[in-house]
Design a protein around this ligand. Sequence first.
Ligand SMILES: Nc1ncnc2c1ncn2[C@@H]1O[C@H](COP(=O)(O)OP(=O)(O)OP(=O)(O)O)[C@@H](O)[C@H]1O
Ligand SMILES: [Mg+2]
Length: 499
Amino acid sequence: MYSEDYELAKPNAASLMQSLRAFGYDTATAVADLIDNSITAQASRIFIQFEWNDGNPWISIADDGFGMSESELFEAMKTGSKNPLDVRNADDLGRFGLGLKTASFSQCKRLTVASKKKDDQLYVRCWDLDVVSVKNDWILLKKASDCALKIIQDYFAAESSGTLVIWEKIDRIIPGTHVDDEEYQNAFLSFAKAVKDHISLVFSSYMYGTRKIQFYLNGMLVQMWDPFMSDNTYTTRMPGEILYVNGREVRIKSFILPHQSKISPEEYDQGAGLHGWTAQQGFYVYRNNRLIVAGDWLIPGLEKQEQYRLARIRVDIGNETDSEWNIDVRKSVAVPPISIQKELKRIAVAAQRESSKIYRHRGKKLARSVKKEQQFVWHQNVRNGKLGYEINRNHPIIRSLLQTDTKGEIKQLLSLIEETIPVPMIISDYSEKSKEMLNPFEGKTTDAFDGMIKVLYDMYRSNGCSPNEAIENIANTEPYIYSPEKVSLFCEREGINNG
Ligand SMILES: Nc1ncnc2c1ncn2[C@@H]1O[C@H](COP(=O)(O)OP(=O)(O)OP(=O)(O)O)[C@@H](O)[C@H]1O
Ligand SMILES: [Mg+2]
């Protein structure tokens, strides 16, 4: 169609399809986007399969939901199949009409979807980016590859309705073909593990309660991870609150998780989640029960801090206020509307205060009772009128090591470390990204930190200190200066009465 006033500028099929690949998904968030579709389709069982297939790996996501007719499937395969401005059902996890395509192409070049409604036929459609590229046109195939066809037949032999999505040519996960390559096979399995962990977290609210869905990864039922430890009797629940955005409810529940001394080491490691206790604090935003943000204070000016690590706040929103919350295609961003930021900040600060109280409580008595000289690992040093840093030879662990240093090797090592500290790198990193720098022992297993207390304790005791003196010395020795509660915990475990 031509006119004096306008011309039609249709997208170039090959280029646009390639651009759709760059929405920033990883494998876990891409699979989650397809799971959203299955949940919206009322599935009660969702099966994720990672198949190495002798170096030609494929991944499938299958559900027993209500499936699609031929015309619905055709629409579903189009990019932008639905208008984001349309009103959606309250339990619809979609918004943009893009996820199926953008998530899939972020991982693979061939996307096959087979779908069947109850009492209808099975329909199959397939995008192959190589075909689109060569023909430079929107060629949607009506046939699956032999490999995909076999998977489809196997699945629908036992299901009366549902949808099966298959990713082949998964070049963004495993580039090229790698027959008998164990390294790539292991890498492939590690992606499967990341997907499992992500499902445990993101869809945990669907794993219990009225709308219960079973998620299987390679045949194994995925267990939920409850960030709020809501079953634990020592978890504190603060009174729930309801805020409003455009007349729609935002439900908020603050949880203060138990102090380490109240839970078993297994529960403690479990509670740390994927990123550790300090990283997992903050708001958890759920849209229609599906987690979008996992542990972020979200409000400008609020920062993650060690003593706030027990505070996790559940925020529940619906899908009617997606534009107000700036929900993105991947469903991994939610920005609180300005109208409720002040209230959210008040709730966050109250939870942070509670967390600090519980977190610090056990260390308080110990911190007040000590008056000894503090032993740090590093000292400032002036040589030839210039500043440098040296390791404190009086730090008990260093001192004890030096006593065994008959060949002078430890002395040499200390000197090597002192002379090569990457000061410029540290300064530049610290000035550019101070928030991203690790705190002492952050992300390490608790064993590393706790094990050293025992070594120090035995050392002080063998030097003639009483149990109480030994504990006071430890509380004044780096790194325990910053974590008196860890020392209190050690006393409890060892039955030392530090009173
Ligand atoms: N597993 C499925 N079962 C039934 N219908 C499906 C399934 N997957 C996709 N669809 C249909 O295809 C449409 C397009 O899916 P797609 O994920 O691309 O977009 P969306 O879910 O509408 O929005 P979003 O981009 O936010 O995910 C869906 O709206 C739904 O109608
Ligand atoms: Mg979707």
